[in-house]
Design a protein around this ligand. Structure first.
Ligand SMILES: C[S@@+](CC[C@H](N)C(=O)[O-])C[C@H]1O[C@@H](n2cnc3c(N)ncnc32)[C@H](O)[C@@H]1O
Length: 335
């Protein structure tokens, strides 16, 4: 195919995905604009005809930006310059009003990818908190999907509803919001994906198993190792899910300037842990994974004398032929 004809221009008859009209083209009234000054300080305004933006060094008219392309520089009457760009979703969630802590963009990206949120998917989310993750989920499912968010605190649900509306510039046709505890209120069935960001996701595992289709994905985001452990063990013991897959992601920025090319000194060290598992078909027991432990993974100093490594004997001089630990190896015996 000729690369010049592979993308067709939008015309007025093309259906526009919700929110897309606020993300491209010349600035319009109602658009959000992120202003960045020479020191990198940012502020966000919503464009309104006839309004002014005031700083300690004079003001400029919003009308100067309306009709101009993104990426222009605007100057106040006192000579301060600001670069004007629409905020990206990652910028928006970090600057929007918050009730509860938000899912950081690096984790929202992981969730959309690893929970496999696809266009048209039916997704359940709890809690909605400030609505940060909701925006990513809605973007991923698109106008023809469904995101049903449950939040037990009304005041957070109100903040989330304002944030989601503000990000898309209108109500999103794929979004439903229910106030209440997911474990009691979850009434959806045939759900493709469930994302839980809450203190006690293990309390919701029964309800999630009821709602998910076979093959559906549950993804939990928790802040601490104790929550991670309980979430994984609850999913594992439930019987309706595949072996849970836990992980965390770390993102490190880099300083690149001339010969000084190195990792940033500061980074966000910890946000949370993620776990995914898939819904099995009803009545199915997955095949037990038989795998010899890799050499040294059950080293003798981590096992009591006479005990057997969980997955059978390894070809390791520290093990007897029957898989028990040899007595000749000096070891730290666990209680
Ligand atoms: C950390 S916040 C969620 C933040 C949100 N994901 C975001 O990105 O903005 C956790 C929220 O879960 C809510 N919550 C906790 N347990 C819940 C449950 N069982 N059902 C519904 N909401 C719940 C809390 O009220 C809180 O608002």
């Amino acid at each position: 195919m000729d690369s010049t004809t592979s993308h067709q221009a939008l015309d007025d008859t093309d259906p526009v995905t919700t929110g897309a009209e606020h993300r491209r083209g010349p600035f319009k009234p109602g658009d959000q604009v992120q202003l960045t000054d020479a020191k990198g300080r940012m502020s966000t305004i919503t464009l309104q005809p006839g309004k002014q933006y005031h700083t300690h060094k004079g003001a400029f008219d919003h009308d100067e930006l309306i009709g101009s392309p993104e990426g222009v520089v605007v100057k106040t009457s006192g000579g301060n310059e600001y670069l004007a760009l629409r905020p990206l979703l990652a910028d928006f969630v970090l600057s929007m009003p918050r009730g509860a802590a938000v899912v950081y963009p690096k984790d929202a990206g992981q969730i959309v990818q690893m929970a496999d949120i696809f266009p048209g998917a039916r997704v359940v989310e709890a809690g909605v908190g400030s609505g940060a993750l909701t925006c990513s989920l809605l973007r991923a499912v698109g106008d023809t999907g469904m995101v049903h968010s449950y939040e037990r605190r009304e005041e957070f649900a109100e903040i989330a509803a304002k944030n989601v509306r503000s990000f898309f510039g209108t109500e999103h046709p794929a979004w439903q919001l229910t106030i209440g505890d997911l474990a009691e209120k979850l009434a959806d069935d045939e759900v493709d994906r469930v994302v839980l960001d809450m203190l006690a996701p293990w309390d919701c595992v029964d309800a999630v198993a009821e709602a998910l289709v076979p093959g559906g994905v549950v993804c939990c985001y928790v802040a601490t190792t104790t929550q991670l452990s309980r979430t994984v063990e609850t999913l594992r013991a439930h019987g309706a899910f595949t072996e849970p897959q836990p992980w965390e992601s770390m993102v490190r920025g880099w300083h690149v300037e001339g010969l000084a090319v190195r990792p940033d000194h500061r980074m966000i060290g910890h946000t949370g842990f993620l776990v995914t598992a898939r819904r099995l078909a009803d009545g199915v027991t997955p095949p037990v994974r038989r795998r010899r432990p890799s050499k040294g993974s059950y080293a003798a100093d981590y096992l009591a004398e006479g005990s057997t490594p969980a997955a059978g004997p390894a070809a390791d001089p520290e093990f007897n032929e029957d898989g028990t630990v040899t007595s000749s190896v000096p070891r730290r015996v666990l209680p």
